[in-house]
Design a protein around this ligand. Structure first.
Ligand code: 5GP
Length: 117
């Protein structure tokens, strides 16, 4: 866990301080449309609270919460993308991570076949 003081943008969304288009909520997890979508369906799934910086920290510290993120992602894909989706955890700045509160990107709908990009 990072343990730093400043709340991230996703914690501020969870607290209702920044608006977002919510698509799913559980006791521990929220999901909302990404502000800059990279696919026809692009939803961010993230814990409401907790200071796990990335998926590696989350997997080590709270695997049940990680499993819940995946379960919520699957539900969103079922609703919005015929159950088929790409699940991305950017991990580290050099890998494109910009928000250091663990989150998954759910990408779906009209993705290019066979592409990793
Ligand atoms: P990362 O690059 O850390 O994996 O993902 C951060 C994501 O959060 C980016 O895709 C970015 O577009 C999204 N994002 C950043 N700020 C906001 C915001 O205020 N609202 C929403 N809905 N998405 C945001």
């Amino acid at each position: 866990m990072s343990g730093t003081a400043e709340p991230t943008v996703f914690e501020r969304i969870a607290a209702g301080e920044i608006p977002a288009k919510m698509v799913a909520e559980t006791e521990r997890v929220i999901a909302f449309h990404d502000i800059a979508p990279q696919a026809p369906v692009h939803v961010v799934v993230t814990p409401r609270i907790g200071r796990h910086r990335d998926v590696v920290e989350l997997a080590a510290d709270d695997p049940e919460l990680l499993a819940e993120l995946v379960s919520v992602a699957k539900g969103i894909a079922d609703d919005l993308a015929d159950g088929q989706f790409r699940l991305i955890f950017n991990t580290g700045p050099a890998a494109g991570q910009t928000v250091f509160h663990v989150h998954a990107h759910v990408l779906g709908g009209g993705l290019k076949e066979g592409s990793l990009g």
